[in-house]
Design a protein around this ligand. Structure first.
Ligand code: 2P0
Length: 336
């Protein structure tokens, strides 16, 4: 990380990426960035973002640096504006200052590995800290949601549920922890099939699905059933039920994407080959289940004792560059 800038109020935070088992796609309110459906995810230990925020007196405008390169600042300034609003209410000096935000990811950015989830969760924690605010996790989750819907879940470790909410001001659209990672230590093996950035970002993609896919109403209607069943699978520690439902919900999301106009095809040949490899493992008696987000990477859920076998099988799939094993991760936290 860069050195702190003298005279500014600084905080550094780390937040881990997450993978949804029951997925978010579609917005209830685009301005508040509230989701149309709830979601349930696991936080990943192996993938994280570190973010430093410094409020600098006299700085003309917010700046965002990702791995040392200047990045787009609009969404970041939106989250910083909310932090400045909280700070103004308490008479804190950050209320009147622009900020320098610098981030690094330990994984490929914008390629379906949820860098916006870890990124905006780390931003929420670091910006609140740098401003001198002490916000409860629920408020941090709402703050992160304004940056990116999936980021609301990355405030928490282990298993987290995001509530779609119904309130007009978005105050009940937050995530909370369902289970600590120690309570059910599952493993996720991440097969990386492409390092480049994805072609259509999630925000645009989900708005197009809502506007054009005939499957969108069915996606909304069936979400609560999946959430209920996933909560029960987690409560009962029923891995087969969790895995089967994760695959089903993932394929339902991709059916929605494929029937969007123009079609959202996030898979490549290696993505499909990896899905078949997971099903072949299962046919041999090894319980492993895939899930895929808005990108070509395949995340495979398995029990910790099977992780090495799953990694080996995925590494043999043509087009898989790397298969990375991850335990479940912790909640977002300050690094100092
Ligand atoms: C999820 N995804 O639940 C789903 C599964 C991708 C596929 O949340 O517009 O980047 O910033 O709120 O959070 C990706 O959407 O979208 C996402 P915005 P975000 O993880």
């Amino acid at each position: 990380m860069d050195q702190p800038i003298d005279g500014g109020a600084t905080a550094v935070a780390r937040a881990h990426s997450n993978i949804a088992l029951v997925k978010y796609w579609g917005k209830r309110d685009a301005t508040l960035n509230t989701p149309a459906v709830g979601s349930i995810s696991v936080t990943l230990d192996a993938l994280y973002t570190d973010t430093r925020v410094t409020f600098v007196p006299g700085l003309a405008a917010d700046e965002f640096w990702l791995a040392g390169c200047r990045g787009p600042v609009t969404r970041i300034s939106h989250v910083l504006d909310l932090v400045r609003g909280h700070a103004a209410g308490l008479g804190l000096p950050a209320a009147g200052h622009s900020a320098i935000v610098s981030s690094t990811n330990n994984f490929p950015t914008g390629a379906g590995l949820a860098s916006s989830a870890s990124g905006f969760a780390a931003l929420a924690v670091a910006a609140a800290g740098a401003a001198g605010l002490s916000l409860p996790a629920r408020e941090l989750s709402i703050l992160a949601r304004h940056g990116s819907g999936s980021a609301a879940r990355s405030i928490f470790g282990g298993f987290a549920e995001m509530h779609a909410g119904t309130a007009a001001d978005g105050s009940d659209a937050y995530a909370e922890e369902l289970l600590d990672r120690e309570e059910w230590p599952l493993t996720v093996v991440v097969a990386i099939t492409e390092h480049g950035e994805k072609s259509i970002n999630s925000t645009i993609g989900m708005n197009e699905s809502k506007a054009t896919s005939p499957f969108y109403p069915a996606w909304l209607d069936s979400a609560d059933d999946d959430l209920d069943e996933m909560r029960a699978a987690i409560r009962d520690r029923d891995f087969a039920r969790l895995g089967e439902l994760s695959e089903y919900n993932c394929l339902k999301l991709h059916a929605l994407m494929l029937t969007t106009r123009p079609a959202l095809i996030y898979w490549n040949a290696a993505t499909v080959a990896a899905m078949h490899a997971v099903r072949a493992l299962r046919a041999q008696g090894l319980p492993a289940y895939f899930t895929i987000d808005a990108g070509p990477q395949v995340k495979v859920l398995c029990l910790p004792g099977d992780a090495a076998a799953v990694q080996q099988a995925l590494a043999l799939v043509p087009g898989v560059h790397e298969a990375r094993i991850s335990a479940l991760g912790p909640a977002a936290y300050r690094l100092e």
